[in-house]
Ligand binder design. Structure first.
Ligand code: ADP
Length: 437
């Protein structure tokens, strides 16, 4: 790829300390690339290196095939604009004057702005929805308003590449959305290349085309949100235990932390027991085992909720790499697994039935059913026949909408419901049902 920006095997140092090692990635025209990673992992340093504030010790940075380090200052400023982390301005300039400063790389020495420059500034302020602030002193603007003005200034440079360091930190959710929508628009409709350090993993997932995850100055993972934002990568890079689920409407990843109270209960049985003894309502649940027939993320929230309520939880059959599998492993929940993307074999089914035998309550989660996991419905039928066992069926969506077997799954699940299973239409209601048993 000769067009777009290419960072090739770049190492960068502060003095004698190596801070970036082997940075190697590219961003195409029209792409919004998010840089994520824990504090101190090198995100700002990476932006500073691309912005030529820090000179790479080795490697090269190319824009449309041309070495960025070999551009003269004026050429560089016409191609790259940066929005730093701290955008405080202490002088009482009018917002329009601040935006007009972005025209400097296009003006000769001592040359004043022309009508054309003012038109460009106006267009950029309209694009960033801050033209109405043109006459206001920047010192009087809110953080969100000021950020829009600073982005307008950067755009007035008419750059090909826009670099932003945490453009939404300290802003409320409305400005976070406004700014991320603006960045998306600038890439998709104005053809800019945007490289932005984004603190909030969920915003990064929602708006960035691809992500680069840094850890200790190296690229730890790179790719789409689905490739980068896995619970394993986040644990390894940030040291944080999280659940990564797909949003039901947008299918985007969303990341939520697992509270340490849950981890204590699951990871440390002694501490867990002490906790439970201190809490009578949780204590009563300690002996009950709830088994979740799940997959595709349908069981993840129940794993969390039931564990939180003090129940012992087991799960099956889920494919390895499935969200439910990741969450079960994180919460130390025994889970019967099948190979990734493979149908449930007889052997796995038998192991699943053995797991179900040990449970007091079995929950058939709101899973989509195809021929590959039809044996999970058979497992629910087995549970229904076992004496003294309660079966709960979760139907957030009607089974007919989740049946990919041509009607067999719906018929069998409806029969299970008719034979005395408790049906709930909200996942979280399972907890109340189990509490009441
Ligand atoms: P991030 O943006 O991911 O929080 P930084 O790029 O700011 O990380 O910092 C990466 C590493 O470089 C950290 O160890 C930090 O302490 C160090 N560092 C940052 N700025 C400087 C500097 N000006 N001089 C020396 N070390 C620095």
């Amino acid at each position: 790829m000769t067009s777009g920006i290419k960072v090739k095997d770049v190492d960068a140092y502060y003095g004698s300390v190596k801070v970036l090692e082997g940075m190697d990635f590219s961003a195409a025209q029209g792409e919004l690339l998010g840089i994520i990673g824990p504090n101190g992992s090198g995100k700002t340093t990476l932006l500073r290196t691309i912005a030529r504030i820090l000179k790479p010790k080795t490697g090269a940075i190319l824009l449309d095939g041309k070495q960025v380090m070999q551009m003269n200052n004026k050429e560089f400023s016409r191609k790259f604009a940066a929005v730093p982390q701290d955008t405080t301005i202490n002088f009482e300039f009018a917002a329009l004057d601040v935006v007009l400063m972005g025209r400097n790389p296009h003006l000769g020495r001592l040359e004043l702005e022309s009508e054309k420059d003012i038109d460009i500034a106006r267009r950029c302020m309209e694009l960033t929805h801050c033209w109405h602030l043109a006459e206001r002193p920047v010192t009087e603007l809110s953080g969100g308003e000021r950020q829009l003005v600073i982005i307008a200034r950067a755009l007035t440079q008419e750059p090909k590449v826009l670099l932003l360091d945490e453009p939404t930190s300290h802003l409320d959710i409305n400005y976070q959305i406004e700014i991320m929508e603006l960045l998306k628009h600038l890439t998709a409709h104005e053809g800019l290349i945007i490289i932005a350090v984004i603190h909030d993993l969920n915003l990064a997932a929602q708006y960035c085309d691809r992500l680069v995850l840094l850890r200790n100055g190296k690229i730890f993972a790179m790719g789409t949100q689905y490739e980068v934002l896995t619970a394993g990568n986040i644990k390894n890079a940030f040291g944080a235990d999280v659940i990564v689920k797909r949003h039901a409407v947008t299918n985007q990843c969303y990341v939520s932390p697992i509270p340490s109270s849950v981890k204590r209960k699951t990871v440390d049985p002694i501490a867990s027991s002490a906790n439970a003894n201190a809490n009578a309502s949780v204590n009563a649940n300690k002996d009950k085992t709830v088994h979740l027939i799940c997959g595709g993320g349908a069981g993840a929230s129940l794993m969390y909720l039931l564990t939180e309520h003090g129940y012992k939880v087991t799960a099956g059959v889920v494919n390895l790499l499935d969200t439910d599998c990741e969450v079960a492993q994180l919460l130390n929940i025994p889970v019967v697994t099948e190979a990734p993307f493979s149908p449930i074999t007889e052997e796995t089914f038998n192991a699943h039935v053995k797991q179900i035998e040990k449970a007091d309550v079995v929950v058939l989660c709101n899973i989509p059913v195809g021929f590959g996991n039809l044996k999970n419905i058979e497992a629910a039928e087995v549970a229904l026949r076992q004496k003294g066992k309660k079966l709960v069926v979760v139907e957030v969506d009607k089974i007919e909408n989740r049946d990919f077997t041509g009607g067999e799954a719906a018929e069998r699940v409806n029969a299970i419901k008719d034979k005395g299973a408790v049906v709930v239409t909200k996942t979280e209601d399972v907890v109340g049902v189990v509490d009441g048993l």
